[in-house]
Design a protein around this ligand. Structure first.
Ligand code: ATP
Ligand code: MG
Length: 265
């Protein structure tokens, strides 16, 4: 991929910019190769969604902000893709909701956790859990490296924010009785299906809204926040995302060709 000026003229400039950001972070050790594949899968669902934040995702974002504010021990779990795409917003969310930040990786290759810690600290994070020996506790339900967590963070958390997460871990966290919030463009993924709150949206669109909703809600009483959270139905939100994808595809299929060459045919 060539430089920035070529990208800015491209009809899918924003999507290319994000891809470049992720590729750069493969070089810095933050993103794994598997992270690039995961991103591609997300992008495919974003096409179907129409690349915008749908109203039911906005409802899920508001509920997520409320749940994080009510939580006694909230933790934001950060993997390579999340750090590469929106470390600033993740830190802002941690500050707005008094949540801890913990690096948690699917592929815990040597140095990846400290590369993510470095990026978060350079962006303004004060404390980052789960790095190196600090990830000394084990979630027994999960096999492999992914079970390693920080005894000061995810292990004792009541609510965990796990954007772009793998299904095994989401299931294990739910089995441990934790409230799990995710951002996942694929409403069919196990994570989307098993989370307590599923935000079906691109993380780059959802995070700034989540931060501003948390800041707005913060001035309200716990009772008011709790009432709003209780009226949220995750099944409904997931169904709505699927319905929107299905309707969009059906409408487009009636036309068949919806991109043409204009006058150059
Ligand atoms: P699961 O393990 O939950 O069954 P999976 O194996 O397909 O699903 P993983 O690679 O474990 O998925 O997790 C990554 C998830 O994040 C995928 O569902 C993918 O669609 C989603 N995803 C990737 N990039 C983004 C993004 N930018 N915004 C939102 N979701 C994304
Ligand atoms: Mg998976």
């Amino acid at each position: 991929m060539s430089g920035g000026s070529e990208i800015s003229k491209h009809p899918r400039a924003e999507s290319l910019r994000i891809r470049e950001q992720l590729t750069r972070h493969v070089q810095s050790g933050v993103v794994s190769f598997a992270g690039l594949i995961a991103h591609g899968r997300g992008e495919a669902f974003d096409y179907l969604l129409g690349e915008k934040t749908i109203p039911s995702a906005l409802k899920a974002i508001k509920a997520a902000a409320g749940v994080l504010l009510i939580a006694k021990k909230p933790v934001l779990s950060v993997n390579g893709n999340a750090a590469a795409l929106c470390s600033r917003e993740i830190i802002e969310l941690a500050e707005a909701t008094d949540a801890k930040l913990e690096v948690n990786l699917y592929h815990r290759l040597p140095g990846r956790d400290s590369a993510i810690e470095k990026l978060l600290k350079e962006t303004g994070a004060r404390e980052v859990l789960g790095v190196g020996e600090a990830a000394s506790a084990r979630i027994e339900e999960v096999h492999s490296d992914r079970r390693r967590v920080d005894p000061k963070g995810i292990l004792i958390a009541d609510t965990v924010f796990v954007p772009l997460e793998d299904g095994d871990r989401t299931e294990a966290l739910r089995r441990m009785g934790k409230t799990v919030i995710t951002v996942d463009l694929n409403p069919l993924s196990r994570t989307a299906q098993l989370a307590s709150i599923t935000i079906v949206d691109n993380i780059v669109r959802a995070m700034p809204i989540l931060v501003s909703e948390a800041k707005k809600l913060k001035s309200q009483s716990i009772e008011e926040i709790r009432e709003k959270v209780l009226s949220f139905d995750n099944r409904e939100a997931i169904s709505d995302a699927m319905r929107i994808m299905e309707e969009r595809l059906r409408d487009l299929s009636l036309k068949g060709v919806y991109i043409d060459l204009g006058g150059n045919k």
